[in-house]
Write a protein that binds this ligand. Structure first.
Ligand code: SAM
Length: 273
């Protein structure tokens, strides 16, 4: 009897087919060490669909008539870990070096791979703190991700108290409203911050509808999932969408070394066009 608890085995050849599909659709490179993780995550998808084994799942995926499952499968492959003010040096640099130099009152920022929204909201908080009379400025932060599940969370902008531990108490009281106390305290980002952030689904491997140019692009802790050639292509596409003098922020465990690019290195994980 299938109790729903017995793990379904993902064979090596099936793992390789899945890996090819994920690479083709999302640029994500799954190395061999990920087989067990993929097995565990996709077993949940199998259960949800009532399928018995991975052959049936592959057939379902490759039939061409279940686009929704392709999205769900790719979402199951990605890690959405994020936090407010993650890699805080970037926010210090934004506040201390970039904002004081800005000449125009129009700022365009892109958070590419925004997950559940902490990154674009952190950026908007820094802008609100640093800019006097912000209502006279034209500010727009585009926040995109592959995952519709994460985007739905990001749009709500509701976070548990423990997710706000990197946000100083004074900023919590200024920019968040407690919307629930039981069983845990939850806070929603205030409209004064949310109005600057626009969420949209975008697969970085596909065509980009926006033309830019952006002052800043944050693409942090996303490129680690891509191989070097894919990273190189992406970084060059970012270059084209930035203003001259614009900045690209990547994650601290990522680096542009090894990919040919035209950016000038500024400091760890910050590059300038
Ligand atoms: C680890 S999170 C990083 C979140 C945030 N940038 C940060 O640094 O905290 C990586 C995000 O990249 C997204 N992602 C992965 N591949 C993508 C792709 N091909 N196109 C768009 N987003 C992608 C995932 O859905 C995930 O939300």
């Amino acid at each position: 009897m299938d109790t729903g608890l017995t793990p379904v085995k993902l064979e090596k050849e099936q793992f390789e087919r899945i890996s090819q599909l994920v690479y083709h659709l999302a640029g994500i490179h799954l190395h061999a060490g990920k087989q067990e993780l993929v097995n565990a995550r996709l077993t949940k998808r199998l259960r949800a669909l009532g399928l018995k084994n991975f052959d049936a799942y592959m057939e379902y995926l490759e039939s061409g008539s279940h686009q929704g499952e392709l999205v769900a499968m790719i979402e199951a492959m990605t890690t959405n870990k994020t936090s407010f003010f993650r890699e805080s040096q970037h926010f210090d640099y934004l506040r201390e070096r970039i904002l004081p130099e800005l000449k125009a009152r129009r700022i365009r920022i892109w958070s590419a791979g925004c997950s559940s929204g902490e990154e674009p909201y952190s950026i908007a908080i820094v802008l609100n703190e640093a800019i006097q009379n912000i209502s006279l400025w034209d500010i727009s932060i585009l926040a995109t991700d592959l995952s519709t599940r994460m985007l739905a969370r990001a749009r709500k902008g509701v976070y548990e108290i423990n997710q706000l531990r990197e946000v100083p108490a004074v900023l919590v009281s200024k920019y968040f409203t407690c919307v629930e106390t039981n069983p845990v305290r939850r806070y929603q980002v205030n409209e004064s911050i949310r109005r600057h952030v626009h969420f949209a689904r975008l697969n970085l491997m596909e065509a980009w509808p926006m033309r830019g140019p952006f002052d800043l692009i944050f693409c942090r802790n996303v490129m680690i999932y891509f191989d070097k050639p894919t990273q190189g292509r992406l970084v060059n596409r970012f270059w084209k969408l930035l203003k001259p003098g614009g900045y690209l922020f990547v994650g601290h465990s990522e680096s542009l070394t090894g990919s040919p690019h035209k950016f000038r290195y500024v400091q760890p994980a910050i590059y300038m066009k």
